[in-house]
Design a protein around this ligand. Structure first.
Ligand SMILES: Cc1cc2nc3c(=O)[nH]c(=O)nc-3n(C[C@H](O)[C@H](O)[C@H](O)COP(=O)(O)OP(=O)(O)OC[C@H]3O[C@@H](n4cnc5c(N)ncnc54)[C@H](O)[C@@H]3O)c2cc1C
Length: 298
């Protein structure tokens, strides 16, 4: 049945005209994820406004087509086989309004562009997020953070899409996870006035540390595992002698043992195998069960 619906969707006969222009077919997920793995997505839809998001969800639910929301693909691992549904790629849903120290930004907006705007306007509060290749939506979902900074410290309010209702609410978060149920559409971010040069200096310092301690120029998805309470995941991985594992073109990074890098043509299957070995060995040695930070799509 789903196959029939997909054929109809491919013919686009079920799509209103205004949605057709933003629909692409047979997109390789390798091109849309920073780790550069994954199969082919049958459809990829690039909404530009809330109505288009509501419309595509409505059609997908009505016709029983699975869908998945994607930001910049920097914390997601898709399977090697094809994704028989719609990837809702949020990158074109990207507006920003600034009013003094308050910034309202939609979820497809680039976090790094936002940091640049904050810096240019002498607004402090997000400097430690330099180098995180996220969209705002992905950063909210993950409560992205680094060097003592995190989304939760600056987000005042979020706009959420839940059960086809659009709601404004307080941002709820824990370590590396936004807890609001639904899809993040927008955020109101409150920063503070500060010296532009000081902001730039802090950002440069953090970026310099990041480039020395993380393989940021290689295909990765950032940290593989969350830090368990009282431990650093990279230390456990190293201590369990897992820092030199390589399977095919997937390998534990030589620079940071809580990163897995794609050395060329790595497959998701190989990355998952490494994740399993690390979890088993760390548990065996430390009695600590590591929890994946990366979102594994099945
Ligand atoms: C080189 C490198 C360095 C990194 N450094 C850091 C770091 O220092 N700190 C850190 O925290 N992370 C870091 N990361 C990881 C990653 O960038 C963050 O987790 C980021 O927040 C993911 O954002 P994204 O837009 O790429 O999300 P995606 O990977 O596209 O999606 C992540 C999850 O969020 C969901 N999602 C996406 N958009 C929405 C939305 N609008 N509403 C609801 N759910 C949504 C997706 O379905 C998925 O489950 C790094 C990654 C790389 C590659």
């Amino acid at each position: 049945m789903v196959q029939g619906i997909l054929i109809r969707l491919r013919r686009r006969s079920v799509l209103p005209y205004k949605l057709k222009r933003n629909l692409k077919e047979n997109e390789s997920l390798k091109n849309w994820t920073t780790i550069r793995t994954g199969g082919i997505a049958k459809f990829m839809f690039f909404p530009e406004d809330i109505e288009e998001i509501l419309d595509i969800i409505h059609i997908a639910k009505r016709d029983g087509i699975k869908f998945y929301f994607l930001g910049n693909g920097s914390k997601v691992l898709f399977p090697d086989n094809n994704f028989d549904g719609i990837i809702i790629n949020m990158r074109n849903f990207a507006n920003l309004k600034m009013d003094g120290e308050m910034i309202e930004v939609s979820s497809g907006y680039s976090l790094q562009k936002l940091l640049k705007i904050a810096q240019d306007n002498g607004l402090t509060g997000m400097e430690g997020l330099i180098g995180i290749p996220a969209t705002i939506g992905g950063a909210l979902k993950m409560n992205a953070g680094s060097y003592g900074y995190e989304m939760g410290k600056v987000v005042e309010e979020v706009t959420i899409l839940r059960n086809e209702n659009v709601l404004n609410e307080k941002y709820k978060f824990i370590y590396r996870r936004g807890l609001n149920e639904g899809i993040y559409l927008k955020a109101k971010i409150k920063l503070e006035k500060s010296e532009k040069l000081e902001i730039e200096k802090r950002m440069n310092e953090f970026f310099s540390i990041k480039t020395k301690t993380q393989p940021i120029n290689m295909p990765t998805f950032g940290s593989v595992f969350k830090n368990p309470e009282g431990f650093k995941a990279w230390e456990l991985i190293k201590g369990a002698n897992c820092d030199k594992i390589r399977i095919g073109d997937a390998a534990v990074s030589e620079i940071h043992s809580n990163f897995i890098v794609n050395l060329g043509n790595a497959r998701t299957e190989e990355i998952l195998e490494i994740i399993k070995i690390i979890k088993d060995k760390v548990y065996e040695k430390y009695n600590v069960m590591l929890e994946e930070e990366v979102n594994i799509v099945s």
